[in-house]
Design a protein around this ligand. Structure first.
Ligand SMILES: *Cc1c(COP(=O)(O)O)cnc(C)c1O
Length: 413
């Protein structure tokens, strides 16, 4: 049994853990059977089969939305959502600083300008007051990201967008299984965008689902993703601009199997995340990402906690992470703030925009809270929450041991 006084692994002690955390992705016979059924059907695309479309409909229903569209990935789903909302050249989309690049690049893909705003320091999600302060006559949409599965304040966001006549697109790439006041995220805004890329909570290697409630918006997104066609009309009738963003039936087959297992995985991850959060709260200098009480469950893409080096003898974040890794606790890393990406800093953000290229000088945009969060949070992969209670409590045991020896670790360099 590990003891807090034992020498930490970075200083030659025995690590808290030797075992592995569960691997990701996970699959079983259902995924295999589904794939072989698609193979044998000879219908490998959505034009002939109904597996991907069926999965998207089931997924939408699980999240409380009327419609679901199965697409290539979670970047294209945001792009299709913005295009369906008629966001384009000269328009501005408000995007929070802590997120994956795609949240901003999708706005650029439809020739709109991403306007970067700061985050709530505790949830790491968009600061709604900052979003409101950034609204101009050109603003068309707010893109809210449910960071690491923690819901952004959907009550305040829907209120803001209603009052100001803006579209709300929820980037739910981290938030499969996050429920807000009884209903799935992604069903609150005009669109909810989900990624099924390899690292996500449900995956076919690549993939995306766009959910919504409004039939007209659904039809527009569908058309954008299917070469500008109109459902039910002639195959070579293309009344709108669109591209090909269709998910394959292979992906649909795997995702259907993943969805079957998902509610149970989500329950296990939630219980483990709450237990780990309580254990970390006992350690001075560590603070789990805030779970808004209006959130019924959090589909934790990552388990995130804040780290204050002052409570760890000044040990820098990267050294703390290395010490955790040495104890057998694998760590991933925060996104940098979008305001720190070189595409914005260097002015290469508008490859195809001309007259309406953004007038924003991104090199002077700073998001202090996003930049601080990027430099002071620890991110653990969701697969670690799929173990048993002792597996997740090992994270707190390792952190306690590191804190106990922080001065020695810091001086050992
Ligand atoms: C993964 C991710 C995306 C993009 O999804 P892809 O399927 O990889 O294109 C978008 N937004 C966020 C926040 C993500 O983490």
């Amino acid at each position: 049994m590990s003891h807090v006084g034992d020498a930490p692994a970075v200083l030659g002690g025995a690590p808290v853990r030797r075992g592995q955390y569960p691997a990701w992705p996970a699959w079983d016979r259902d995924d295999r059977d589904g794939l072989l059924a698609v193979l044998d059907s000879g219908e490998w695309w959505q034009g002939g089969g109904d597996v991907a479309a069926g999965f998207a409909a089931e997924f939408a229903a699980y999240h409380g939305a009327h419609h679901g569209l199965a697409m290539t990935n979670g970047t294209h789903t945001i792009e299709a959502a913005l295009a369906a909302c008629d966001v384009g050249d000269g328009d501005e989309v408000i995007v929070p600083g802590i997120t994956f690049f795609a949240s901003a690049s999708a706005a650029l893909a439809v020739n709109a300008t991403p306007v970067l705003v700061d985050i709530d320091p505790e949830t790491l999600c968009i600061d709604v007051a900052a979003a409101e302060a950034a609204v101009t006559a050109r603003t068309r949409a707010v893109l809210a990201v449910h960071v690491a599965g923690a819901a952004a304040d959907l009550d305040a966001l829907t209120d803001l967008c209603d009052r100001r006549g803006l579209r709300l697109v929820e980037d739910c790439a981290h938030a499969h299984g996050t429920f807000w006041r009884g209903r799935g995220v992604g069903s609150w805004g005009d669109f909810g965008s989900f990624s099924m890329q390899q690292s996500k909570l449900m995956t076919a290697g690549e993939g995306g689902v766009l959910i919504c409630n409004d039939e007209r918006l659904r039809d527009r997104a569908w058309s954008y993703a299917d070469c500008g066609r109109v459902a039910g009309e002639w195959f070579y009738h293309h009344p709108h601009y669109g591209s090909n963003l269709r998910m394959t039936e292979w992906q649909g087959a795997v995702l259907r199997a993943q969805l079957g297992r998902f509610p149970e995985q989500n329950r296990v991850r939630n219980e483990n995340a709450v237990a780990l959060g309580s254990a970390l709260e006992e350690i001075p200098g560590l603070r789990p990402q805030r779970r808004d009480p209006r959130m019924d469950s959090q589909g934790s893409y990552c388990f995130v906690f804040h780290y204050d080096p002052e409570e760890f003898a000044g040990l820098p974040l990267r050294s703390f992470e290395a010490a955790l890794a040495a104890e057998g606790i694998p760590v991933s890393v925060s996104y940098p703030s979008l305001s720190d990406l070189s595409i914005f800093r260097d002015g290469n953000f508008a490859p195809r925009m001309r007259a309406n290229a953004p007038t924003i000088d991104y090199s002077s945009v700073h998001l202090p809270r996003a930049e601080h969060a990027a430099a002071s949070t620890v991110w653990l992969e969701h697969r670690m929450l799929l173990g048993d209670r002792e597996d997740v409590l090992d994270v707190a045991r390792a952190a306690s041991r590191i804190r106990h020896h922080a001065a020695a670790i810091a001086s050992a360099g």
